[in-house]
Structures are given as C-alpha cells and as structure tokens.
Design a protein. Structure first.
Lengths: 226, 630
C-alpha cells in the first residue's frame, strides 16, 4: 500500500513512458564516461554501458538463471524536474521487475531515491541502489560470463541439442568434471559444438561452472545444478 | 605517544626481521661506509637477542651509545613509521625538528629556528589558505594565480592580515618577513600536491591493471592512431606518365595485443585525419593472413620468423574480446561497431577522455615507429624558420626522396621485426613467441573457419526499396547514394513478390551490389549506372563528389575522372596530393590496375574541355625513377 507521504514523493517524479527500451547515449556523454558496448544475450541488441561496474553487472545478470531479461538505460524519468535514467531494468523469472541504479558505495541522494522508489512502486516496480563494491567482489565471475556471452553470441546459429544431451549425460555419470574433460584442447574444432552446448546449459542454469577464484579455463570445475 | 626502541619492538614485532626494514643507499665515502656497516651489525646483533653489554664490548662502545643507536632507528611517535635503516647513516636527520619556544616577539627575540613551521601549526587558516592557492592552480580553476613566490608571499601576508596577526610577532620580527620560507614551502608543497593529484588520476590505470590479474592472450586489444609529420613522395602512374607528388602528414594506425605486446597489424593512410575506412582497413589487415612482400631495398629485410599473428590464423584464429579505443570520432562509426561488436561479438571500450596512458602499449608502439622511421629525416614542422632540424628550402621544392610505398615497407619491416625481438619485460622472450606459447596453453575462444572468413569489415548489408517505372518501359532499379543500380536480380525479387531487396555492398568498391532474397539466397549482381562504372570507388568518394560538384566544377558526365582532374590541377598542395593518392588508390584497386583518365570512347561524354595532363619525362622523372632509387 502506498501512503500519503509516498504519494507526495511520487508526485515529484514524471515519466513519459515506462516501456523498457535502451535509450541511446548522448554522443557527448559517450566521450565523458567510461563507455562500453557489447552484444548480450538477455538483452539481444548492442548494449551500452556507462561504467565498468555496469558492464560487470550485466555479466552477473547473464550468469543468474533467475533473470529472464534486462535492459540497460531503460527509460527516462524527471525527478524534481531533473532528468534521470536508471542503469538497468531487470525482469525476473518469477515476474518481478527490478529497476537498479549502480553507484559508488551505494550512495544516492536520499530524497531522490525515496521519490523514485515511491513512483516506481505505483507501477509495481521495485527500485534498488547497488554499490560498485558489491559488483567488484564478483569480478572474476562477471568477466568470465562476459566472455562466455561473447562466445555464445558468435555461435548463435549453431544447433547443439544433441551435444547438450550428451553433456548432461556425462555430468550425470561423472559429477566431478572440468571443462578440459569436455573440450579437446588439441583439436578445438572437434569439440566445438560440445563447448557451445556446455555454455548454453550453464547459461540456462542447468550446469554450474565454478568461477569463485579463477576465470574460465580448462580447469574450471563443472557440476549439475540441483 | 612516544615509544622507545624496546616498546616499539613489543608493539611491532615484525621489526625483529631486518629484511623488512627500509634500507638507504650505502654511502660513498669510506669513513661513512665503515660507520654504516658497523651500525648495521650492532642493530642486527641486538635484534638477534645478544645482551647490550656484549655488543658494546665487542664494538668498544658504551651501553648508552648502543641504546642511543637503537632509539635512533626505532624510537618515535607510535603513529609514525620509525626511521629504521636511516639511523645507520652518520649525521642523517631522523627526527623532524620542532620549535619548542614560543614564536619570536618584538620585545622578546628568541631566534627564528623552525619558526615558520611553528607559525603554520599555530595559525588557524594560514596553511589552508596557501594550500588552496596551490590546489586552485593545479586544478586549473578560473580564479587561480600563477604560482610564483611573489604571488604566494602576497597570499601569505593577506592571510595573516585577515586574521589580525600581531605586527609584533613573527614573521614581522624578521627583516624578510619569512619570504624565503614561503618560497621553499611553495616549492615543496607544490610537488606534494601535484603527486597527490597524479595518484588520484592513476586510479583509472590501476583499475585496468587490477583486472589484468586473470588476463589471457587476445583478451584486450589496443588500437590507436598516430600522426606522422614526415613529408614523403609518391609517383602515380597515370596515362602512362609518372606524376611525382609531395605528400604531407600521414597517419599510422596500430593494433597491439596487451598481454604479450604483440603487434597485430598496422595501416598507413595518407591523411592527418583518418576516418572509419582507415579503421576498417586496419581490422581487415589484422584478420587477413600476412604475407611479407619482398622489400624494394636490400637493406630492409624481415628477420627470420617475423610476422604478424594473422600469419598464424590457421593455428590461432584471431578473436578480439575487449578492444580499447580512444574517443576519436572515427571509432564511434557504426561501421566500426558493426564489425567489432555485431560480427566479431567483441566489447568496445572507449575509456575516459584524456587518459592515453590507459593504452600505454600502443603509444609505446608509436615510439618504435617514430624512432625507427619518421624521426630520422629533417623535420617538416620546424618550430621557427631558423630551426636547424627543419627541411631546407631547397629540398622543400622537390618531392622527398622517401616514397610513400617505401615508408610503408619500412613500417612493415620495423613492426614485424619488433614482434620477434626478445624483450626483458617479457622475460627474455619475443612477443610472438609468448603469443604462440600462451595461445597454446590458455583456453582461447575458438571460431570455426566458416565464421572467421565471413568477418569482412568492408561488407555492409542494407535493405533498399525497388523502383520500377513500368509506364516508361524501364527496368527496375534501386537507388543508393545518388545513383541507380540495375540488374536481373531485381526482376527476380519483384516476381517473388518482394517490394524491397536486401543488398550486400563492399565499401571500397560501390559499383556492384549482391542482391539477396529474404530467404538468404543469392539473387545476382546489381550494377551501377554508367558514369560511375569506370573506376572502383568508395562510398566516401562518391559522397565527396556529390557534395563538392558545384564547388569543384566537376563534370557530371564523368564525375570520377572529373574529380581526378581537379585533384591533379591542384596537386601542389600537400593536402590535395594526399587526397589524390587516396583516390588513386581506390581507382587502381590498391595499385593493382592501371588508371587511364583520357580513355577515348570508354565513357560516353567524356569531357573534352578538361585540361590534358602531359608530363615531360625530365620533369616527371626527376628524383623519381624508382629503378634508380638506392
């Protein structure tokens, strides 16, 4: 329920359209910020990121099987007559929608945060402020997933249904496997479809790849998700 | 709280290990060196647990002297780091001098030792005011003053006056009003604050370095462009005549792999402002297998095994993960992001503005380029007319001895040889050796050959509507960039019920399109209308012609020759000469085909009123006989 205080806070926010559609970055801002571009899977367009942490966060969203889709820079709000664009719009598999702002130390102007929170709550959207430091703690995992996304995007047209079943079968029979057991380091072309199948299974959340300390390599441990 | 040496060891037991101590340089003089080693041995023995009396007896010193030495090394305020090894040096000042007496007064003079430091500690705002003035200058604030001792002294006196500092107290008791102390403070503090500022600026670089902990080969690629202030010449073969041209600045673009410092490729363009086509050429060269041509000069030779990684593509296919670029406008072009992000699925990282050190490796490669090639000739941009490094007026009148092709060959040899030169930074191995070694060890992204060969930076795909004026009994056509394209493929597309057609074009040769059906089947070739068919030309050239038709008075009957004629007329200007070379390069399909402008009957309506270019052999071939080059 939204009380009167929240309603008055929400009135200070205005929005033309809440449909999530990546807003093109202003050319001047592209030069001013740490701008990055990459084709992602859960946002299947050329995604634009304004900082390293936003980019890493996208990698973490790709790794999370509970995330169905996301949109960077989804819409523009006017908070106290000032323009404001949230960093990510995340759609979860259970139907919930999160609007996330990524800030150093998770610090944001409190009045602004409350106003946006109250406004988005009217539309059943939750607003979160995430700290750069939280994302940086999972840097290895995020970078590994950004690399997997690149590999999967390159192999978008490949059909790997048979290989996926074979990988699942091998993991069922021998639970403690590494990537090197499935991918032939000497002849990568022979096991290329298996490699892509493995990444697709991991992306769907059926196989877990251990990136706790080391990035993607032949020694990365695999296990079936329970 | 003050700690003596024993208390310090109790609080910080790691000081028992002498290897953790900061050690100063061993003094040069014999006597000082002798004292240094003696003191060090004494400290070592004490830390080993030997009684002070034993140590004192061994070195014929008193116990008090040993304690004094230990205090010199370890004692001090608990919040401060002790002097440690500095205490072994004779006469070295280990403690910051402090004034204990009150500041001198007119009525009670007490000397001015350490009075300035005491003044800064006593006065509530003086230090902050002076620091603010320095910081303003370092941060380039609009109200910042020039950092001169005079300006700082003015601020010093203003701050004192603002706080109603008594005129009978220091610094007014000294004849110079502490002007020398102010000057020294300015010099020291400026360096300190500048260093602090640099440290905060290098945070970005440290972030990048921190991420390289788990780096693998081909994960990060740095690309940048460098303008070369070197005039060189080119000899165009046009209508069977040699045309010598003097070219001004050129730009070299280099791509380098970060982990192994291996140069992936380079591209030399005859302009100071490279555009997206130059970037695409560089990417194309990185992906195309490198085959070294035999250099025209015997002194230029590729070292054994020298190549670019594209030469090893069958074993190690080149895949980019993160491409680091600067904020040049050409890097933001859609064609560049299209090949890098959409086709190669890489990440493009533009970085913060004004931070070239983030891409330090590629800047280092430019140092190699300038050192080995461009800086060995007389400068063309002397700072003043009497500059001794400047090219003489006599030589300025003629095309330089160095030709553009020769310069490109020299660059190719220099950069390819750099790849096989062992480097101490790489543990004595060469960049290419390390590249191959790591590529075999690490799990690089694999790309199947069919996908790899599809990566074409110059390929552009688009949908165009089909126009068909049936009532005029004309064939269907598509419009693109002010020209019509015809072909049987359009009839096929129309018969299949399509109202528009997908076409694939080569940016370097926009004369032909490949038409593709909605199902992805090849429909055939579309050819441009007649006046544009004579020479291969890029989209950029056609756009330039259409924009400049009126200004340059280019004949519409044969615009490509018209542009060439215009450029030839004004070829004395180095900028126009560079443009001429670029256009010639396009028309001759990278110097592969001869270019003949006045080809009678080749084109209907070839302009007869254009000036005919004829060159006397003496004029055209002076300093230009390629066969006579040393």
């Amino acid at each position: 329920m939204v009380n009167d205080v929240q309603l008055s806070q929400a009135r200070s926010v205005r929005c033309d359209n809440l449909e999530p559609c990546q807003r093109a970055t202003n050319p001047r801002f592209k030069i001013a910020c740490d701008f990055r571009q990459q084709v992602m899977l859960k946002h299947p367009y050329l995604s634009e990121f304004h900082s390293r942490h936003e980019h890493l966060h996208a990698g973490l969203l790709e790794a999370n099987p509970d995330v169905l889709a996301y949109t960077p820079q989804p819409f523009q709000l006017y908070v106290h007559h000032a323009r404001y664009t949230p960093d990510v719009y995340v759609v979860m598999r259970n139907g919930k929608v999160r609007v996330i702002e990524i800030k150093p130390h998770g610090e944001m102007d409190e009045a602004k945060r409350l106003a946006i929170d109250a406004f988005l709550a009217l539309y059943n959207l939750s607003f979160e402020v995430m700290s750069n430091e939280t994302i940086a703690e999972q840097e290895v995992q995020a970078q590994s997933w950004l690399e997997i996304v690149q590999r999967l995007a390159r192999a978008e047209a490949m059909d790997t249904q048979t290989e996926e079943l074979a990988v699942l079968e091998r993991l069922t029979t021998a639970p403690a496997l590494t990537v090197g057991d499935l991918v032939d380091a000497g002849a990568r072309d022979n096991s290329y479809l298996t490699e892509i199948a493995l990444y697709r299974l991991a992306h769907r959340g059926l196989v877990q790849m251990d990136f706790a300390s080391d990035p993607l390599s032949y020694d990365t441990e695999l296990s079936l998700c329970t | 709280m003050y700690l003596n040496w024993r208390q310090r060891l109790e609080q910080s037991p790691h000081y028992y290990d002498l290897t953790t101590w900061s050690v100063p340089c061993v003094p040069a003089s014999r006597a000082a060196r002798k004292a240094f080693w003696r003191n060090k041995t004494i400290v070592y023995d004490v830390l080993e647990g030997q009684p002070l009396s034993h140590v004192a007896r061994r070195f014929q010193l008193s116990k008090g002297r040993i304690t004094q030495l230990m205090n010199r090394c370890l004692a001090g305020e608990h919040s401060q780091t002790p002097p440690l090894g500095l205490g072994w040096l004779r006469y070295a000042r280990c403690k910051q001098a402090q004034r204990r007496a009150p500041l001198p007064e007119q009525a009670k003079q007490s000397g001015s030792n350490c009075a300035f430091t005491a003044l800064l500690d006593t006065h509530p705002t003086l230090k902050a005011d002076m620091d603010r003035m320095i910081e303003a200058r370092l941060k380039d604030k609009p109200y910042a003053q020039v950092l001169s001792p005079r300006a700082m002294f003015g601020e010093f006196t203003r701050s004192l006056a603002a706080s109603h500092w008594p005129k009978t107290r220091y610094p007014y008791t000294s004849p110079s009003i502490a002007s020398e102390s102010v000057r020294r403070y300015l010099k020291c503090r400026e360096i300190e604050l500048r260093l602090e500022q640099e440290v905060s600026q290098t945070k970005v670089i440290e972030k990048v370095k921190a991420t390289s902990r788990h780096a693998r080969v081909l994960q990060r690629i740095q690309i940048d462009a460098h303008t070369i202030d070197l005039h060189n010449s080119v000899h165009l073969m046009l209508d069977e005549q040699f045309i010598p041209l003097r070219l001004s600045r050129a730009t070299v673009l280099v791509a380098i792999e970060v982990e192994t410092r291996c140069i992936l490729g380079f591209c030399l363009v005859p302009t100071a402002h490279p555009n997206q086509d130059a970037m695409l050429t560089l990417i194309h060269r990185c992906l195309t297998p490198f085959t070294p041509n035999t250099p025209s000069l015997s002194c230029l030779q590729y070292a054994p095994g020298s190549t670019f990684p594209s030469g090893l593509y069958q074993e190690i296919p080149l895949t980019f993960s993160i491409v680091q670029l600067d904020n040049a406008l050409a890097h933001y072009a859609n064609s560049v992001t299209d090949i890098l992000c959409k086709q190669m699925c890489a990440t493009v990282h533009y970085g913060f503005p004004g931070t070239p050190t983030v891409r330090a490796l590629v800047e280092g490669a430019f140092n190699t380029v300038t050192r080995a090639t461009s800086k060995r000739f007389a400068a063309t941009t002397g700072a003043h007319t009497q500059d001794i490094q400047r090219e003489t007026r006599k030589n300025q009148k003629r095309p330089p001895l160095l030709t553009f092709q020769l310069f490109e060959e020299a660059l190719s040899v220099t950069l390819a040889n750099e790849n096989v030169t062992p480097s101490a930074r790489l543990g004595g191995s060469s960049p290419l050796e390390l590249y191959v070694h790591l590529a075999r060890q690490q799990m690089l992204p694999y790309v199947d050959p069919s996908t790899y060969h599809q990566w074409d930076p110059f390929r552009q795909t688009m949908r165009l509507p089909i126009h068909w004026y049936r009532h005029q009994h004309r064939a269907p056509h598509v419009n693109y960039m002010y020209a019509r394209y015809h072909g049987a493929a359009l009839t096929t597309a129309l018969s299949a019920g399509q109202r528009d057609v997908q076409v694939v074009l080569n940016r370097r040769d926009a004369r032909f399109f490949k038409a593709v059906s909605d199902r992805g089947e090849a429909l055939g070739k579309l050819v441009i209308e007649n006046p544009w068919r004579r020479f291969a030309h890029s989209i950029a050239t056609r756009q330039y012609i259409h924009k400049q038709t009126k200004a340059l008075r280019i004949a519409r009957e044969d615009p490509l020759s018209g542009l060439m004629h215009h450029l030839l007329t004004h070829r004395e200007t180095p900028k126009i000469a560079s443009h001429l070379l670029r256009v010639y390069q396009e028309f001759s399909e990278d110097f592969q085909k001869p270019v003949a402008l006045d080809q009678s009957g080749a084109v209907e309506g070839t302009s007869s009123n254009q000036p005919t270019f004829s060159w006397s052999a003496q004029k055209a071939l002076h300093r230009s006989k390629l066969t006579d080059e040393p």
